[in-house]
Design a protein around this ligand. Structure first.
Ligand code: UDP
Length: 334
């Protein structure tokens, strides 16, 4: 193993961040998780706290920070539409000012730094499936643009720091991911449908459900992220990480109904503005450069995710055992 001691994971208490911290600890790295707990949840990292190689600090990456670190994974940003739309200016600041602060830290320490970008940089794609050289179709003034344009600008900053200061950057574009540790209040489709099905409440399909997404199980995704960071070749990316098995949202709803033996029905609600009509990663670059492809299909991945939400529902102190789950704003069409 390469001689790496200190790894900073921003967004370390989030859904992906907490899984990443766990895997890095299993690989005997020292992990410093940083999170402002805006959408990250302490409960996700509670099992890691007793590990002497794990430390947590509450900090917001919008403020500069000075640490001694060898590698940085930047995963900090609200990521579900209801969460990133709640305070869109804050979302943009997190992506752009936060990235600049971490790039400055990488410059000071000469650290390798990975950025969690997103399939949202492709917007409502006109190319299908999406390859990394597709430049996207983003509405720069719409309700999703705080996230999409924030992440696009962050990519631009990462590549400029690489060109100007020779920082060892790694950019991954993450497609829809699901699994245990998802926040029941996240508002994304997989968590919403599972919670609704388990409560025997109607599943809320937005639009007619013909829009598509491709769902990657969290362990596969983390494996791809770690492979990208551990690659000794200076390969910056961007590289797509996601599962190319594509489903309509209506198919997903029916699949979850069947997998939970639920009595719920399906109701159709208004489609949020700028909701991408289709999304599917072309992962040939990840296969070629990282030897990576997802191993876990929807059936197995959903089984484990449903068990996780069942455990939460059985805990009456958990917010998903009661109350409303959030939904994205419809927003004006622009
Ligand atoms: N969606 C839905 N019902 C829900 C939540 C989401 O039909 O309760 C749809 C949403 O409109 C989108 C897709 O599911 O077409 C994926 O939404 P999600 O928020 O999970 O992620 P996105 O890929 O849009 O960021």
């Amino acid at each position: 193993m390469v001689n790496v001691k200190n790894i900073l994971v921003t967004g370390g208490a989030g859904f992906l961040g907490s899984h990443l911290c766990k895997v890095l600890l299993e690989k005997n790295y020292k992990v410093l998780a940083l999170d402002n707990l805006y959408t990250g949840r302490f409960v996700n990292i509670e099992p890691l706290i007793k590990n002497e190689n794990f430390h947590f600090i509450k900090h917001d990456i919008i403020k500069p920070i000075n640490l001694d670190v060898d590698w940085i994974f930047n995963l900090a940003c609200p990521a579900s539409p209801p969460h990133y739309q709640k305070d869109p200016i804050y979302t943009t600041k997190t992506s752009i000012i936060g990235s600049m602060n971490l790039l400055e830290l990488a410059k000071k320490n000469k650290s390798r730094i990975l950025h969690a970008s997103t399939s949202e940089v492709y917007g409502d794609p006109l190319q299908h499936p999406q390859k990394e050289n597709y430049r996207g179709n983003v509405n720069s003034i719409g309700i999703r643009s705080c996230y999409d344009e924030g992440k696009r600008c962050a990519e631009s900053l990462f590549f400029d720091y690489n060109r100007m200061y020779d920082i060892d950057i790694r950019v991954v574009r993450i497609f829809n991911t699901y699994g245990p540790n998802m926040d029941p209040q996240d508002g994304r489709v997989v968590s919403n449908f599972i919670i609704q099905a388990l409560r025997n409440e109607p599943l809320t399909v937005y639009g007619d459900g013909s829009q598509t997404r491709s769902f990657c199980y969290v362990s596969d995704l983390i494996d791809g992220i770690v492979k990208m960071m551990e690659l000794e070749d200076k390969f910056c990316g961007p590289v797509n990480l996601g599962n190319p098995q594509e489903y309509t949202i209506l198919d997903l709803a029916n699949f979850i109904l069947k997998s939970t033996s639920s009595n719920s029905n399906i109701i159709f609600e208004k489609l949020p503005a700028d909701d991408p009509t289709k999304r599917c990663p072309d992962i040939s670059l990840a296969k070629e450069k990282l030897g990576w492809e997802p191993k876990i299909g929807l059936k197995k991945g959903l089984k484990d995710t449903i068990s996780y939400f069942k455990r939460l529902l059985n805990n009456e102190n958990c917010c998903c055992s009661r109350g409303q789950i959030p939904r994205s704003s419809f927003g004006p069409s622009t």
